[in-house]
Design a protein around this ligand. Sequence first.
Ligand SMILES: NC(=O)c1ccc[n+]([C@@H]2O[C@H](COP(=O)([O-])OP(=O)(O)OC[C@H]3O[C@@H](n4cnc5c(N)ncnc54)[C@H](OP(=O)(O)O)[C@@H]3O)[C@@H](O)[C@H]2O)c1
Length: 328
Amino acid sequence: MQQRVLGTGGPKVSAIGLGCMGMSGAYGAADHDESVATIRAALDAGINLLNTGDFYGMGHNESLVREAIQGRRDQAFIAVKFGALRSPDGGWGGFDGRPAAMRNFLTYTLQRLGTDHVDLYQPARIDPTVPVEDTIGAIADMVRAGHVRHIGLSEASAATVRRAQKVHPIAALEIEYSLIDRDVETEVLPTLRELGIGLVAYGVLSRGLLGGDLKPGQNFAPGDFRGHGPRFMPENLAQNHKMVEALASFAAERGVSAAQVAIAWALSRGKDVIPLIGTKRRSRLAEAIAASELTLGSDDLATLETIVRPDQVAGTRYAAPQMALLNG
Ligand SMILES: NC(=O)c1ccc[n+]([C@@H]2O[C@H](COP(=O)([O-])OP(=O)(O)OC[C@H]3O[C@@H](n4cnc5c(N)ncnc54)[C@H](OP(=O)(O)O)[C@@H]3O)[C@@H](O)[C@H]2O)c1
């Protein structure tokens, strides 16, 4: 597995990271043993970047990571997001970026992960009621105390990234970036490059859409994010599927899968872009690892621009209330 650096002078991580969210039910049921085996297979393959959040399955995801990395903590670079508030019925209740709340979240995270430090700690969204300087300043205290190694952000605006960077070096911004979600290219990515901050890309497969498995008329299990995702509403999915079919044809002509093209495309964005691969299965992890060796030439990239067009995607990436929390 090739390695990339998370921001200028930052830590080395694998060129692709494993997104563990789906192992805690975000996209329907997950098999516990297969999830654990997938994380272990990632470590075996040299993928050290494991991405989780304390709110993924209300702590379930962190417990799973702990089980999978038992005896191998030094091989893992664990990125944790915090701040999302949950309720017993699984509901969502906004974000809390207050310093005292952060310390509390971190305390429980360390306990669940069975570790004395988190490698990359990130507010999942910017709490509009708390100056980002306060949140980042408090995490910086945790860095000095040895509980956190590096600080990151998630779905923050370019202006917020600048403010945060003045408080403490920011290693990475985690943000959605894929063949069909390229808004970051306008302002966010240039800002990250100017400041020497890495971009950890999530949704590289647009939550499975670009993989081609989701067919028009698809039913989603209760609790599956896509059941209320605008892009996956029946009419939108039908339209989006046509584009995915074109991507699949492009991929088939090159003897690879659509998902592999999407991953290779993300890797082609620059050495400072580290795509997360969200999967709960070893077979898909293997597909992603093979994709990390795939190079798309300039002709291929130009062709892709014509067949997968962000302006032709039907539906936003989140429903309106969640869209309002982006670019914080
Ligand atoms: N910062 C944020 O706000 C934020 C938001 C969302 C996610 N994340 C993080 O980013 C990670 C990755 O994002 P994501 O999981 O949302 O999206 P993703 O990687 O775009 O898509 C994941 C979906 O794609 C499917 N998939 C994986 N490989 C495939 C293949 N080769 N062919 C067809 N389908 C395939 C997975 O199914 P299987 O699992 O069945 O393989 C899963 O349903 C998450 O795990 C999470 O850690 C961060």
